[in-house]
Design a protein around this ligand. Sequence first.
Ligand code: G3P
Ligand code: MG
Length: 234
Amino acid sequence: MITGHRGAAALAPENTIASINKAAEAGVKWVEIDTQLSADGIPVVIHDETVNRCTDGKGRIADLTLAQLKRLDAGSWFHPSYANERIPTLVEALDACLSLGLTLNLELKVHHDEQIEPLVNSVVALIREKGYPIDKLLFSSFQKKALELCQQLMPEVRRGFICEVWNNFSLSSIQACQAYSVHIDHHILTPAIARNIKNAGYVLKIWTLNNADKAQYFFDMGVDSIITDAPDKF
Ligand code: G3P
Ligand code: MG
């Protein structure tokens, strides 16, 4: 019922192997991370469009090769004790999740629409090549187009639609990607919206809730899973 967000973003530098380890230590069964492509087309694990906030470097991820990304310190910004953390490749993160027994919510992080196709193609190819267990995986995205492509290329992996806006058209608009779950910003979730999503048969996940005192309120509403930076608190 609890998913560590970007690993366990409150406990270690987000989207690093250390962060995934912290989530597992906190006892969760699920972890969420973000993936996008380096300039040379390698799926790496990082959230923002640039490396500026979470490393000691500067520039757009899409403009930096894996070798350039790997030279950056992805931990010191969080705490000096994490100075050796690097931006993980998706392969490294998949291996960590497997060895820790975690199910992975892999968010396909798209900053521009033209990134959708190359990202989905690369991720699907990599999952296939590794023979990664599909029951240990869920793809999620804010972009319906990305989920539709996942559905076409790898229908056996579950898909979650992430949203921060909900309206009367939201349910019908996600039918094409045949989603398994809806991941909604907890700030906009009301009992009526929760009922709407649950009655349509979706698993309901909220992000990013860090106040454990509110967990029961959301579970009572029908929420199935809470995505949190602080899994240790839940
Ligand atoms: O997957 C839920 C959440 O991670 C979506 O927002 O910006 O943290 O990737 P963001
Ligand atoms: Mg995310």
